[in-house]
Design a binder for this molecule. Structure first.
Ligand code: FMN
Length: 172
């Protein structure tokens, strides 16, 4: 069914375990904002590209720089200054009930392959799904789950740099 493409979706809080316990931060997207074909996907891990659009309305923040100057940022400026021009970035997506954590409802979580310097709550994300990596599995240890997610990341990175997939990057 690929490619599947979304509009800009909200980013909602998960349970926060991805970042804190696994060291793999994820952005959860509300299932209701996704195209229906995405809802019909089997539980598992997928890959594609994502574009993060900084929030337009958020309380301005006052930051003191190293040189002692005080700067007032609105959130969008801050995000783009700290993270550079937030281009279209590769991502891995978990469509699952996270059996390791025993959730009883489905979540869609994106792990964007970029070292973000700050969180992006309040931002929006548009993404495409270009392929399937594996079914969702249960694990007996956190380490085994982390190991497989790292394999998912390598798999996604190695295919997304190839020219057929780069075409879908430019279209996002
Ligand atoms: N959870 C599972 O139980 N089984 C999986 O096979 C699985 N695969 C994942 C693959 C990727 C690429 C990602 C990003 C997450 C995966 N997870 C899987 C989900 C993690 O368990 C999840 O990120 C964790 O529950 C943290 O969620 P939270 O931030 O909402 O607390």
């Amino acid at each position: 069914p690929f490619p599947l493409v979304t509009e800009y979706c909200d980013i909602v809080c998960g349970f926060g375990r991805g970042s804190a316990e696994l060291g793999i931060p994820t952005a959860n997207v509300p299932i209701g904002q996704l195209p229906r074909q995405m809802n019909d996907l089997d539980l598992g891990v997928y890959f594609g590209f994502a574009h993060i659009k900084p929030a337009e309305h958020r309380e301005p923040s006052v930051e003191t720089r190293q040189d002692g100057r005080t700067v007032v940022y609105n959130y969008g400026q801050y995000l783009s200054e700290v993270n550079g021009d937030l281009d279209v970035l590769p991502m891995v997506l978990s469509v699952g009930k996270n059996p390791f954590y025993g959730n009883d409802f489905k979540t869609m979580e994106l792990h964007v392959l970029h070292d973000f310097k700050n969180d992006f709550y309040g931002a929006k994300v548009k993404f495409n799904i270009l392929g399937h990596i594996r079914p969702e599995l249960n694990y007996t240890t956190k380490e085994a789950l982390i190991k497989d997610i790292n394999i998912d990341i390598k798999t996604a990175q190695s295919v997304l740099v190839t020219s057929p997939y780069q075409t879908f990057k430019r279209q996002l």
